[in-house]
Design a protein around this ligand. Structure first.
Ligand SMILES: Cc1ncc(COP(=O)(O)O)c(C=O)c1O
Ligand SMILES: N[C@@H](CCCC[NH3+])C(=O)O
Length: 440
């Protein structure tokens, strides 16, 4: 997390992010909206998402696969960004949803996504969640263990309705990403071990009458920035498909998961066309319907977290203390992740830069957004934007230290709207009760 000479300086962060510009009077703009106006009217911290960026990235993803003529259905990974407005925008482009809980399933439905466009992944699905999936006849349940497979079969039999199922393979492939967001290694809790798939698939397809076994699913991890893990994972998947077919079993569909990474700092971020090429070369001739579950690539660059500087604390180090904390954006504390930081005040390319540790107000030493970051000189009251926070940002926030959840705003062209009100302390206290014996 230590800044180095190779860190992009603030101005250069703008060059690869067309949704932002600097207006000499209004400062940092997202699309045609001055972010300072939002901060002034709605307060900070606030999440702001650019609808145009989300839409363009979603379309770029689709285009890459269309160019390869691959029959594919996209399911946005709701865990990355679960706001109804984002899900609705994506639904209008033809995206379905990839959900990992009953909550996400019902959010997707509330956004008008049809059950037949919803896949349900995740390592711990309750009976109630699976019953709802069965009664809705969703696109498929990605089953993560033999135990879950048998339980789902029983639930389907007792409801009198078959459920479409894919077996999630754990291919034991290293995604080459942060250890905490790798999911496809044998030691990870996700998926069914590679060597157990064929006997289990056979049993499921030939004996478990509550299930319609349509194929396989795989998800290797998140923030994947080279083609190698995908190549290795999909080649293994293709081998299993061939073995299953040799054993006279039917494979109709493959769900290739998500995971495509973005450029937060200096990473050589891949494009969806890379993923389309790898899928074309590894799975393209298997005559299967394909599904993908992208999350981060669509949503992360579309969103920011707006925050205000509470104090500048000077000493051996300069601390810029902001009003957003790890309770809002937990990624730096949790994964040592790097987020670009831009001041909202207009600044010129040759503005002199100063080193700051940018920290939040939370009583944890890990509540640090950036160490030794070069920024134009900052003052109390200044506003800053944490970039690339549209995925795994608002969805992971908490009310630690009794900080209410931040507001959410959507921007499109010159319009903006509050899409989630700022939570209040009353909202938090409303659900708390005193036990009778403590009431005075
Ligand atoms: C099963 C599954 N699908 C899709 C995703 C989305 O991943 P990403 O946001 O990296 O595209 C995840 C998250 O890692 C996941 O666990
Ligand atoms: N929350 C992680 C991604 C996890 C993806 C879900 N398996 C992040 O912020 O990078």
């Amino acid at each position: 997390m230590i800044s180095s000479a190779t860190d992009p300086i603030p101005f250069s962060l703008l060059s690869s992010r067309p949704q932002f510009s600097i207006d000499p009077d209004k400062g940092l703009m997202m699309e045609k909206v001055a972010l300072s106006e939002i901060a002034q009217k709605v307060g900070t911290p606030s999440w702001v998402i650019s609808a145009t960026t989300l839409r363009q990235r979603a379309q770029e993803f689709q285009k890459a696969f269309k160019e390869r003529n691959l029959p594919i259905q996209f399911h946005f990974a709701v865990k990355a960004q679960d706001h109804k407005a984002c899900l609705t925008l994506l639904r209008n482009l033809g995206y379905g949803a990839d959900v990992v809980s009953g909550g996400e399933l019902n959010r997707a439905l509330a956004a008008g996504i049809k059950p037949e466009n919803i896949v349900f992944s995740g390592v711990g699905k309750t009976d109630d969640e699976l019953r709802q999936a069965i009664s809705l006849s969703i696109a498929q349940v990605n089953v993560e263990s033999a135990e879950e497979l048998f339980r789902l079969n029983e639930l389907a039999l007792s409801s009198g309705k078959k459920i479409r199922v894919a077996l999630r393979v754990n291919p034991n492939v290293d995604a080459g990403t942060h250890a905490k967001i790798t999911t496809g290694r044998a030691e990870n809790k996700f998926g069914i071990q590679y060597h157990d798939i064929i006997p289990l698939y056979r049993k499921a397809q030939t004996e478990l009458k509550g299930l319609h076994v349509i194929g396989l699913a795989v998800h290797l991890g998140s923030q994947i920035i080279t083609e190698h893990p995908y190549l290795a994972g999909f080649e293994k998947l293709a081998n299993i498909v061939r073995s299953l077919r040799q054993a006279n079993l039917t494979v109709e569909e493959l769900d290739c998961g998500g995971g495509l990474g973005i450029r937060y700092r200096n990473e050589k971020a891949p494009l969806p066309s890379m993923l389309a090429n790898v899928i074309y070369n590894t799975l393209g001739n298997l005559d299967v319907k394909l599904r993908l579950e992208p999350g981060r690539w669509l949503a992360a660059p579309s969103g920011i977290l707006l925050s205000q500087i509470i104090d500048i604390k000077k000493g051996t180090k300069n601390f810029a203390i902001v009003d957003a904390g790890m309770n809002d954006l937990v990624r730096p504390a949790m994964y040592e992740s790097w987020h670009g930081i831009l001041p909202l005040k207009a600044f010129a390319k040759d503005t002199p830069l100063t080193h700051y540790d940018v920290v939040g107000p939370i009583c944890e030493s890990s509540d640090v957004f950036a160490h030794n970051r070069l920024l134009p000189e900052l003052h109390r009251g200044d506003l800053v934007a944490f970039l690339d926070a549209g995925a795994y940002g608002s969805v992971m926030s908490s009310t630690y230290n009794s900080h209410p959840l931040a507001a959410q705003i959507m921007v499109e062209d010159d319009k903006w709207a509050v899409i989630r009100e700022r939570q209040t302390l009353d909202d938090i206290l409303r659900t708390e009760r005193l036990p009778e014996w403590l009431e005075s």
